[in-house]
Each structure stands twice: as C-alpha cells, then as structure tokens.
Design a binder for this molecule. Structure first.
Ligand code: ATP
Length: 475
C-alpha cells in the first residue's frame, strides 16, 4: 500500500527538518508576502493599529483561495466517500474536555521551547540548557499553556472559565456516539471537520505558517483495533497524494516519522507531511495513530460509555483512531509558494501563480479590448453569463498586455478577450495562463469549453467552430 514511501523514515531527524534549515530559496518569503499584500490575498490583522502579532486577515483573493482549499479537501474526504461524514462543532467546549484530553496539564508544568525546532520540554526534566532533540537554543522556562482562556457568562470568575479550542479534534471525539447513532455508520468510518483553532504559541512567525489563530481541516477515522496500522498507511498515502493532485511538486513534499521522544502523549505513531517552505522543510500536516486514548479518556471523564458494538463478534470494543490533521493556512502558504514563478516574457518580468484551477481565486477574467459601448455590451453579457458558474473578474483598465500580467500574478487560469471582430463573427479568444497560448471560438461554445478546460482538457482540444489563434502549430 505504501509504494510511494519506500524510504527509511528513521534516517530523517528533527534537525534536518527544522524550519531554520538553510536551503536554496525557491520563492523568497518577502516577495510572496509583498504579492499577497499588494494584490489582496493576505493583510496583517488590524493593520491600521499597527497590526496584531501573528494574526492575519485574508483579503478578497485570499478568502477565495482559502475557500477553494477547504472545498477541495471536503470534496475529497467527505463528498466523494461513503465512509465519512462532516461535523461543525462549537469552538467553546465544556472545560472538562481539556482535562480529559490532557491539554490542561501544561498549566502546572514549567516548559521551555526550542527556538529552532519548536519542541517543548519540561524544564525540570532537562539535563542541559540546549534542546535535547536538535541542540537549539531554548526559551526561558514558564508556566505555559497554549490555550486561550476566556469567561462564559457576565461574571469573570473561575467557575465560568472556558477555552478557545486549540484543535478541532475534540469536537469529533465527544460527538462520536451522536454521529454513530444518527448516521448508522459502521466501522471503519470517519468524521471530518474544518474550523478555527487558537494557540497561544510561544514562537510564531514565517508569515501565516505559525499564527495564534488559524484554521484546521481534521479527520478522525475510527477503526477496529488491529486494523489501525493498515488504515494509518492508507491515510498517509491518501493525504500525501491530495497535495500532489492539487499541483504541489512531489520533490517539495516529504514524509517524516516522529521519533519516539517526539510523540505526543496520545500517539502510538505519527508522521508529518513536510513541505519545503522558503525557510526550509516544515510540517504541513500531521497524521497520527491515536489508539484508543481519546475515547477512553472522554468515557472516563464524562462517565458515558463510548464503546462500539461489533456485531460480527458480539462484543463491545473501543475503536482506534487515525487522525490526519492539516492546516488551512499552512496549505495556503504551501500552494502559494509552490505556484509562484517568474519568467521573462517579451523582455518583461512575468510573475505567475501556477495555481491548480480548482484553487485559483478567480477562474476567468473577461477583458474587452476597448471601452467602446458596443464592445462593452457584449463583454458585460459574457461576464454576467460566466459568473453564474465561477468567480469571474472584469477588467477594462490599461493595455491588454498589462491586464494579462495582472491576471497571471493572481493565478487566473483563463482570460477571455473580446475584440472588434467579436462584434461581427460572434467569436472571442481564450488565453491560457501557463502557456500564453490562445484559441478562438464562438461565444455560444464559451461556457462549455471553459468548463472542460478548467477540469483539465488541453487548450487545443477545440469546440465546434473553434480554431487555434496563437501558440499552436497552425496558428
Ligand atoms: P507545529 O509543531 O508546527 O507547531 P503541531 O505539530 O503543533 O505544529 P498539530 O497539532 O499536529 O501541529 O496540528 C495539525 C496541523 O495544524 C499542523 O500540521 C498545521 O498545519 C496546523 N497548525 C498547527 N499549529 C498551527 C499554528 N500555530 N499556525 C498555523 N497552523 C497550525
């Protein structure tokens, strides 16, 4: 099952994969941050007040990118599967959830964090004053808990303390029986959830890589004990391939097995899918075999049975859980980094985001060659028609070359140009972002053709009445 992962995972150590590792930059983070801000992907939070440390706002294009990532994930893990259902649990949960999960324990443990690999250590259990894993510099010890605390109800008293969830996972564990009873799913089956999580991280940075408010896409997949290893491998492969299918270059992805000492208290095994970010290899998604830890803990703290009746063997069992846990923001960063490209086109620098069409914020740009009334009427009609199906932008400012560049820079896969000839022959051109090739086709064929091209049909497969306009051999 693990054919693509034929390497010895233990040969990779944490140091090799720390985010401070020096690697030749593919895309400079500064350039990416600047593009994101300039074009409206991502802004610093509360910027007019000087920004709020490690919080980010997604602008008009960023919000589309994020929605598309979440939609692609949901489609792959819920919509197209029989063995998965969705959930949207609340961010605030009963405080006992965090006692059961082990998240509250940290309040009483002075912790230090490695500034290099971000592993945290109990200060009282450390022999030296450097990171036992990578030798990196450590922060000062402090009573630290990652969870943001707030108060429920009008009076600020201890009795009403609640926490902003640091992961979406717990919502799925505590709803295990609700989902089981209402969907009549049998093992193996999973629950999937997308939502905000909050962590008062000691060290943040690298743009949206590590922030204090972020979004997760998590799966809790419940399986019969004994089949957990097989399902763990299945999900490793499935999740790795999801990134590849959406355009991330295979050579920029790597699996990294957690060392025994790195494993979280609940995990029997854990792998990270690491991505080669501009600052080095770092975690994009974690896949853990959590065993029966979560259901056992919640049963213990709630006093409710969280078992499953295995009808085959007529016995109550506690399922094991495989958890693929991804970050929306980190995925967005990885997709942006991987898509970023620069080239010289006709003596000018062309910045391109080679985003997969399903992730591109804008799918099609409608560009009338001039602002003449007759042309605008046709262009606006096409615009109105296409936006029934996709996010479409209309741009009539400046030269056509400049407009193409603007769309290339935000990753728009196709531009539709309406020229004066269109008024006579009722035809328009489609220009492809990556190759800059063009075809000309009847307006009546436009929507159907774009639909096909956006789902992978090559540009030069022509609709009735269409012809290669620029870039092809017959052009
Ligand atoms: P790291 O060690 O990089 O802080 P983690 O191992 O604590 O990450 P998990 O608890 O496994 O992360 O969370 C699952 C996923 O959620 C991560 O792979 C990442 O994509 C995302 N994530 C976790 N913490 C953050 C954060 N502070 N900012 C942005 N995304 C995050």
């Amino acid at each position: 099952m693990l054919s693509i992962f034929s390497y010895n995972a233990t040969e990779y150590n944490s140091k090799e994969h720390s985010v401070t590792e020096q690697v030749p930059a593919k895309v400079d983070m500064e350039k990416l941050v600047s593009l994101c801000q300039r074009r409206g992907f991502i802004f610093p939070s509360s910027e007019i007040y000087g920004g709020l440390s490690s919080c980010w706002d997604y602008g008009p294009l960023g919000v589309e990118l994020k929605r598309n990532i979440k939609q692609a994930w949901w489609r792959a893990v819920v919509q197209e599967r029989d063995d998965m259902v969705g959930l949207d649990a609340s961010i605030l949960m009963h405080p006992q959830t965090w006692e059961a999960s082990g998240h509250l324990k940290g309040f009483t443990d002075p912790l230090v964090e490695c500034k290099s690999c971000h592993l945290r250590w109990r200060a009282d259990e450390l022999a030296g004053n450097s990171c036992p894993s990578c030798g990196g510099e450590l922060t000062e010890p402090r009573l630290f808990n990652l969870m943001f605390k707030t108060f429920m109800g009008p009076i600020e008293e201890e009795a009403s303390v609640v926490y902003l969830r640091p992961e979406t996972a717990q919502g799925m564990f505590v709803n295990f029986h609700n989902v089981l009873n209402t969907t009549r799913k049998r093992l193996p089956f999973g629950i999937a959830q997308i939502g905000k999580a909050f962590r008062n991280e000691i060290t943040t940075g690298n743009f949206i890589f590590r922030s204090r408010e972020f979004e997760q896409m998590e799966i809790e997949f419940f399986v019969k004990p004994g089949t957990d290893k097989e399902w763990f491998n299945y999900w490793l492969e499935e999740r790795f391939n999801w990134y590849v299918k959406l355009g991330i270059k295979k050579e920029n992805l790597k699996l990294r097995q957690h060392m025994k000492r790195e494993l979280a208290h609940y995990a029997k095994a854990c792998y990270d899918i690491d991505y080669l970010f501009p600052m080095g290899w770092a975690e994009l998604e974690g896949i853990a075999n959590r065993g029966d830890f979560d259901l056992v803990q919640h049963a213990k703290y709630s006093g409710k049975s969280l078992t499953y009746l295995d009808e085959e063997n007529k016995e109550h069992i506690i399922p094991y859980i495989i958890e693929p846990s991804a970050g929306v923001d980190r995925s967005a960063l990885a997709f942006l980094c991987d898509a970023y490209d620069e080239e010289l086109a006709e003596g000018e620098l062309r910045v391109i985001l080679h985003l997969h069409p399903s992730l591109a914020p804008i799918k099609v740009a409608v560009l009338p060659l001039s602002r003449r009334e007759k042309l605008v009427a046709v262009a606006k009609q096409i615009y109105a028609d296409l936006r029934q199906c996709w996010m479409v932008s209309y741009d009539d400012a400046q030269s056509i070359g400049r407009r193409y560049r603007r769309q290339d820079e935000i990753g728009t896969p196709f531009c539709v140009t309406i020229d004066f000839q269109s008024l006579e022959d009722e035809q328009v051109t489609i220009r492809e972002r990556d190759t800059m090739n063009q075809i000309r086709l009847p307006i009546a064929e436009l929507k159907r053709t774009l639909q096909a091209k956006l789902t992978g049909e090559p540009l030069f497969v022509l609709p009735p009445g269409g012809k290669i306009w620029k870039g092809g051999e017959n052009a």
